[in-house]
Design a protein around this ligand. Structure first.
Ligand code: MCN
Length: 775
């Protein structure tokens, strides 16, 4: 077997290579779903509900349907009623069906009621205004706290609570009873939207002769979408093909199939012409899946010396209007509780998790999922405990973090941290921002300064075991194929599309690390459900580096063994004597280039006569054991107590994702997630008014952080290779989005504590930080 950390033999693993895809994408030469419209396609505009909750009494499409250039206007009555629920059962989660178009009732502002199909998008949009929908308004359900006491939003329910689960370790109550201190708090995280650069987009072409459906879609999970379309349209799986072009970001929003995507496929079949839907920003913000809204109540039991003894939480997740596909209604709330102990040694834990329906856009996973909410609440609570005990917050964390000698460490919630650098990353991040010398409170220049330290664990690289340890059991494995052509060109075929993670580069590096060739010679192919191996979960949960990377290592090693067989024959030596170096098979007897070997395997009669068939294809299946990356985010903020403005003036992220495939990509991922974390802490808010209408409908009111909001971030890597995954690789795509909101919130809380102001909510709003005046 070839060791992937043999730096001489495998120079491409760990190389800081600029991303191969950037030359194309940065020059505007990407091809996104909107750039590849099917010939002769119709364009879609959805008629969307202006009400958060209403009965649909009547939909009159008369005027709209007869407008010039309009081919059809379809309502729920025209489409088969097929609910978008998963086949996978999640124990205890009550599912409520969401249809492609709402039929009898709308349950959030922006829910699609009818679809206009016209010769252009502009025309379709104009005509959508001619569709007359008569509603009878019903009371909105906005507050998750009171949702359970209100009449259920779906007749299948007896309550709006679609999930209720409780767990506790046996010694929980005893630990609380014996504690010297119990510190508690109630924290909320607001609604966010992922705001990918490219919104959702999808085209569908139905071939009535062949009975096939071809869908191009900006999705993270082509195979899941293929299955859902087949199921909703009553078609054979093989008759549905999902293609994925370039995708301009997803961040989780594009994991579940959207009802609009099903409507597009149904419409294409109904009208017999291809159909294209490219949502605008308003649709994406209002009607696209949203993330994060949670209320987390925590209680921490400590000894007099500050040792953590037990942590209890009560999580209430606002699932939005439907308990729908990908079990999204539960995943945020459940994972907020699942990562309860984080990077700390806390012997006893207990939780209550509830998820409730409201009349808001449905929730989907968003980078960091519920981990962000649980983590932010816990870190704020630890800072609160430090202040109450008169302890330095870094020191209190240092005392309670998982230490090298504890590893492997199993949390009371059932996660086994396989390896890591929890203490080392805390020390380094604190040093990089000079935390020891930041005095919280007023500064000489009139601001209030605070430092926030947020050590994190990221359950990463979800294979089935990782998902299971996060209490979220589902099949999460992958297969891959690596092929070498007679020319020596290498192709790696995978089922996980990239949304901007740089897989074309990093996965090529993985293959090249085994074959020792130039990574630029490895073409990574994905985005076709018909020809790529099944990806059970798609691109999510920071799993591609670990799961696909591990599978590619295996497949590449199998291909290398086949090449060694041919090379051995050509050199007249035992294949076992061969190693690979600089893209050549090397032995004391001589060396051969990969192309020479590949050509000989196919075309050399002597090789042909002596060896089995010249198949230079290798496949591999990989379902890795669970692995956990870790790190620490540290920030320093200045708060203007007159205006409530917060400036993040210094920041550091020290991350450890085991063996790093490409440090430049990991830097980019970390910085992007850090920026999103600052946005979640200070700016972004997809909240709703008491009347059930969304506050934000454009980027004028959904505030994304810009470069001016961000400091220079000191980035460092530690490498604690995973002992049990292939290549020691751990995932990291979410890390800074788990920890940054907590770091910023803790820093702000520390800064304004002398003013008697507490921080219990993200995003932190300026008016909450304005110092009370004497009058
Ligand atoms: N990587 C590496 N070495 C490691 C781990 C990762 O070089 N030890 C590289 C990988 O090879 C990959 C990237 O870093 O190129 C991220 O890898 P990984 O952590 O495995 O995450 P995934 O590829 O599975 O991507 C999913 C993750 C998630 S869950 C969200 S949400 C997210 C994210 O990645 N959405 C993104 N990053 C995003 N980046 C962009 N630009 N757009 C999104 O939608």
């Amino acid at each position: 077997m070839i060791s992937v950390r043999d730096a001489d033999a495998n120079p491409s693993l760990g190389a800081r290579l600029p991303r191969f895809e950037d030359a194309r994408l940065l020059r505007g030469r990407g091809a996104f779903t909107a750039d590849v419209p099917p010939p002769n396609c119709l364009h879609v505009a959805f008629v969307r509900s202006p009400h958060p909750h209403a009965l649909i009494e009547d939909v009159d499409v008369g005027r709209a349907g007869s407008a010039p250039g309009v081919v059809s206007v379809l309502t729920a009555a025209d489409l088969p009623h097929v609910p978008l629920v998963d086949a996978v059962a999640v124990p205890g989660l009550v599912k409520t069906p969401q249809s492609a178009l709402a039929g009898e009732r709308v349950r959030f502002v922006g829910e699609a009621v009818a679809v206009v199909l016209a010769e252009s998008r502009a025309l379709a949009e104009d005509v959508a205004e001619l569709v007359e929908v008569r509603y009878t308004a019903l009371p909105p359900v906005v507050d998750p706290e009171t949702a359970t006491t209100l009449p259920p939003l779906d007749p299948v329910l007896t309550s709006n609570e679609v999930y209720h689960g409780e767990r506790a370790t046996p010694g929980l109550e005893e630990a609380f009873a014996a504690a010297d201190h119990v510190v508690s708090g109630r924290f909320t995280t607001g609604r966010l939207t992922a705001a990918p650069m490219e919104g959702r987009a999808c085209s569908a072409t139905f071939d009535p002769v062949a009975g096939t459906m071809t869908v191009r879609c900006s999705t993270q999970s082509p195979h899941l979408l293929q299955r859902k379309i087949a199921c909703c349209l009553g078609m054979d799986l093989v008759a549905v093909r999902v293609l994925v072009d370039d995708v301009g970001g997803g961040f989780g929003q594009k994991i579940p199939a959207s009802p609009e995507e099903i409507a597009v496929a149904l419409a294409a079949r109904a009208v017999g012409r291809p159909v294209l839907w490219v949502e605008d920003r308003r649709e994406n913000i209002v009607a696209g899946p949203q993330g994060k809204e949670q209320r987390v109540e925590l209680a921490l039991a400590l000894d007099a010396d500050g040792t953590f003894r037990a942590l209890r939480c009560d999580v209430l997740g606002d699932a939005g209007a439907y308990s729908f596909n990908s079990a999204s209604a539960l995943i945020e709330a459940y994972l907020a509780a699942g990562l309860l102990p984080g990077a700390y040694r806390i012997p006893e834990t207990g939780w209550r998790v509830r998820s409730v329906l409201t009349t808001k856009a449905p929730i989907a996973p968003y980078r960091g999922v519920g981990w962000t909410s649980g983590h932010t609440a816990r870190e704020l609570l630890i800072d609160r405990a430090a202040r109450l005990l008169g302890r330095d917050p870094v020191d209190l964390r240092r005392q309670n973090l998982v230490r090298p000698g504890d590893l492997p460490y199993t949390t009371p919630t059932g996660m086994t941290y396989d390896s890591g650098s929890h203490l080392a990353t805390l020390e380094r991040a604190a040093k990089l921002v000079d935390a020891a010398n930041v005095v919280p409170g007023p500064t000489a220049d009139g601001y209030y300064r605070g430092v926030g330290i947020s050590p994190y664990v990221e359950p990463s690289g979800w294979g089935s075991a990782g998902a299971g340890e996060s209490s979220w059991s589902f099949a999460s494995h992958d297969s891959v194929r690596v092929e070498m052509a007679a020319s020596g060109a290498v192709t790696a075929v995978v089922g996980t599309p990239s949304q901007g993670q740089g897989h074309t580069t990093s996965l090529a590096q993985v293959v090249a690390s085994v074959l020792t060739c130039d990574p630029r010679r490895v073409r990574v192919v994905t985005g076709d459900s018909a020809s790529t191996p099944l990806s059970t979960a798609g691109t999510r949960a920071s799993r591609v580096a670990t799961v696909i990377g591990g599978a590619l290592l295996l497949a590449s090693e199998r291909l290398a063994a086949k090449l060694a067989l041919v090379a051995g024959h050509l050199l007249g030596i035992d294949p076992g004597e061969i190693s690979f170096r600089d893209g050549r098979a090397v032995a004391p007897a001589g060396s051969l280039g990969l192309a020479e070997i590949a050509t000989a395997a196919v075309a050399d009669p002597a090789v042909r006569a002596a060896l089995p068939e010249p198949d230079l294809t290798a496949t591999a299946f990989y379902d890795p054991p669970a692995t956990y990356s870790n790190g620490c985010v540290a920030v320093v903020v200045d708060v203007d107590a007159g205006t409530g403005r917060v400036d993040v003036v210094d920041a550091a992220v020290v991350e450890d994702c085991g063996t790093v495939i490409n440090p430049m990509i990991v830097d980019g991922q970390t910085l992007g997630a850090f920026a999103q974390g600052v946005g979640a802490a200070l700016y972004e808010d997809a909240g709703y008014g008491g009347d059930g209408s969304p506050h934000a409908t454009t980027f004028g009111d959904y505030l994304l952080p810009t470069a001016r909001c961000l400091p220079r971030v000191a980035l460092e890597h530690r490498e604690s290779p995973a002992p049990h995954t292939r290549g020691g690789i751990k995932g990291m795509g979410e890390s800074a989005m788990i920890a940054t909101p907590g770091a910023v919130a803790c820093a702000v809380a520390a800064a304004v504590a002398p003013l008697g102001i507490t921080v219990t909510h993200t995003p932190i709003r300026p008016h909450e930080l304005v110092a009370p005046t004497a009058d």
